[in-house]
Design a protein around this ligand. Structure first.
Ligand code: PRP
Ligand code: URA
Ligand code: MG
Length: 218
């Protein structure tokens, strides 16, 4: 499917088109952007896209007392959010989402993509308790084939998660289609939908290897 077909087919694919987001994504694409700047931009984008991804979380009215009178006012309802980072590149994005909700719980899923098979290999998993009662926000800057995000969300569902959202910065149309085929119930919040994958399953034009650029490895 093309980018337009995907957006027309799935109501819950949210492309975040704010000019600040577009500008910061362009800085990430630039090969001359430094490691320090890249890491800061990823975090900032986590906050901006995280804001959109949490727009509909529930509130409940409680009585408080202002200096002048009592009033019923909204507060966040239910258990703390759970932000799940797909390591390692997801960590920077998770820090940005945490700025919105500093008391959120954080889950870690360690996956690396095997360079030959392009399949994710799990090396770590740690989640907070009561996953079934929390809004789960899975974050990873890159959705290429979609296999890593699909596997991470499989694990959340195996643990009983029901309300799951996914945030990424750059997605390939192929990856979105694969993701939606397996997880049609998971809303996606995306910075940019790029042209597609190259022969090494890298997103084009993309940013290259996001993890390497965040941490200065290579
Ligand atoms: O959609 P996919 O084809 O699965 O590819 C995307 C995955 O690849 C990257 O991680 P990588 O395996 O490079 O690990 P890293 O974060 O440690 O660099 C990226 O951060 C995603 O997790
Ligand atoms: O383009 C890509 C694809 C997978 N992982 C990345 O970091 N970048
Ligand atoms: Mg990587």
């Amino acid at each position: 499917m093309t980018r337009e077909e995907l957006l027309n087919t799935y109501q819950d694919i949210h492309l975040v088109t704010h000019p600040f987001v577009k500008h910061k994504l362009t800085s990430l694409r630039d090969k001359n952007t430094s490691t320090r700047e890249f890491r800061m931009l990823v975090e900032e984008l986590g906050t901006l896209i995280g804001y959109e991804a949490t727009r509909d979380i529930e509130t409940l009215d409680v009585e408080i007392e202002t200096p002048l009178e009592k009033a019923m006012c909204p507060v966040l309802k239910g258990k703390k959010l759970c932000i799940v980072t797909i390591m390692r590149a997801g960590n920077g994005l998770a820090e940005g989402v945490l700025k919105l909700s500093p008391s959120a719980r954080v889950g870690h899923v360690g996956l690396y993509r095997d360079p030959e098979t392009k399949q994710p290999v799990e090396y770590y998993l740690k989640m907070p308790h009561s996953v079934n009662e929390r809004t789960i926000i899975v974050v990873d800057p890159m959705l290429a084939t979609g296999n890593s995000a699909i596997m991470a969300i499989d694990k959340m569902k195996e643990m009983g998660a029901k309300d799951i959202r996914f945030i990424c910065l750059f997605a390939a149309p192929e990856g979105i289609e694969a993701f939606k085929a397996v997880h049609p119930d998971v809303a996606m919040y995306i910075g940019a939908i790029d042209q597609g994958l190259d022969e090494n399953a890298y997103i084009r034009p993309g940013v290259g290897d996001a993890g390497d650029r965040i941490y200065g490895t290579r």
